[in-house]
Design a protein around this ligand. Structure first.
Ligand code: GLA
Length: 393
């Protein structure tokens, strides 16, 4: 090929690439970040709370740190009208106006429903109204749907009594039905599967359109539950990637049930797990310490690393564990975790995480470079705490 034809070809390709990318799988290219109402507000959430959360995301700098989705969980639902169209209840007087408000702040609005007749809190869900509901959400300007199995289990049992395989097929079909309904709206809507990690959902979640899927039952604001979930995510890394993520549930950071060290463990582990970062606290009244944990840019950068590879446990010695995550540019994130109730020294051998020669080490919570001696780094990790490092070749 002549030089001039080569130049023309390169020019045409360069012009085409952005267009192709724009149509490509950019939805949830990195794990979704934002806020969800459930962990703090549960069934009490109303329009004013959601507006206050949106305001706080902007005023605290969380939006600019990447927290974009404002997700209303269960209990917004009202009744259906004679045509079957779903309406909000009194707590949410005008969902379209709320979406406009959230969008005006440079944020996106998420909502919640399920494939059964009722949600987990007993409100109206989407069974038999999937297309209608997807169109309603798109009309309101919704950008994210969490779809929670809840009462669909009764439909499964009724339609396929004692037949586990058939029940699984019914569950998949129910998620696929809403997936198709969302696609047909033409609006990009992140699809969040919530069925508590049953039936190895990570193996089929992407097939039914899931951008993320819960891998466990509900988190709560205790170290025990957070640690059981987070450290229990062994072996799931290969199922995650751009556009489709394992979801070990929403953050409890700032809700008051854990120490700062424990919340730093929560945030670090979720970042290594490439987990969605959905804050679950009252953003309008959080402490500076909570905000600092949620907006640690260096830890967020690990969570949002463009390579999109989830980390996993590399070593465990007693109650100390080292979890690592490959990052773009050949770097590695390492979480040195101490699950014990007393502090312990933990040693990271650089060779064990793929570094033979010189490597740069940075402590992502202290925000300072640290140095390895003789190819290893030993540090005291507080009770239930973490030292999180980024190792760069
Ligand atoms: C289930 C989900 C929770 C929350 C509640 C709402 O328990 O797992 O995350 O959405 O329902 O009722």
């Amino acid at each position: 090929m002549s030089i001039s034809r080569l130049c023309v070809t390169v020019f045409i390709l360069a012009a085409l690439v952005p267009a192709a990318l724009a149509q490509g799988p950019t939805l949830a290219a990195t794990p979704p970040m934002g806020w969800n109402s459930w962990n703090h507000f549960a069934g009490r959430v109303n329009d004013a709370d959601v507006r206050a959360a949106a305001d706080a995301l902007v005023s605290t700098g969380m939006r600019d740190a990447g927290y974009i989705y404002v997700n209303i969980d269960d209990t917004w639902e009202g009744q259906r009208d004679a045509q079957g169209v779903i309406h909000t209840n009194d707590k949410f007087p005008d969902m379209k106006a709320l979406a406009d408000y959230v969008h005006s702040k440079g944020l996106k609005l998420g909502i919640y429903s399920g494939p059964g007749p009722k949600t987990c809190a007993g409100y109206e869900a989407s069974y038999g109204h999937e297309v209608q509901d997807a169109n309603t959400y798109a009309g309101w300007g919704i950008d994210y749907l969490k779809y929670d199995l809840c009462s669909f289990t009764q439909i499964m049992r009724q339609q396929a009594p004692h037949d586990q395989q058939k029940q699984l097929e019914l569950m998949k079909a129910a998620y696929e039905k809403m997936h198709q309904a969302l696609l047909a709206t033409g609006r990009p809507i992140v699809f969040s599967l919530c069925q508590y990690g049953w039936d190895d959902v990570w193996t089929w979640g992407p097939d039914v359109g899931g951008n993320l899927w819960r891998t466990t039952g509900d988190i709560n604001d205790t170290y025990q539950r957070m640690a059981d979930i987070g450290f229990g995510q062994l072996g799931l890394a290969k199922y995650a990637g751009p556009g489709h993520w394992n979801d070990p549930d929403m953050l409890e950071v700032g809700n008051g049930g854990m120490t700062s060290d424990e919340y730093r463990t929560h945030m670090s582990l979720w970042a290594i797990l490439a987990a969605p970062l959905l804050a679950g606290n009252d953003l309008a009244s959080m402490t500076p310490d909570t905000l600092a944990i949620l907006t640690n840019k260096e830890v967020i950068a690990v969570d949002q690393d463009p390579l999109g590879k989830q980390g996993d446990r590399a070593f465990a010695v007693g109650l100390t564990e080292i979890w690592t995550r490959p990052l773009s540019g050949g770097a590695v994130a390492a979480g040195l975790f101490n699950r014990d109730q007393t502090e312990h020294p933990v040693t990271l051998h650089l060779r064990d995480v793929g570094f033979s020669g010189h490597a740069k080490l940075r402590d992502l919570w202290r925000h300072e470079d640290v140095t390895a001696a003789n190819g290893s780094y030993t540090v005291t990790v507080p009770a239930h705490g973490v030292v999180m490092l980024k190792i760069t070749p």
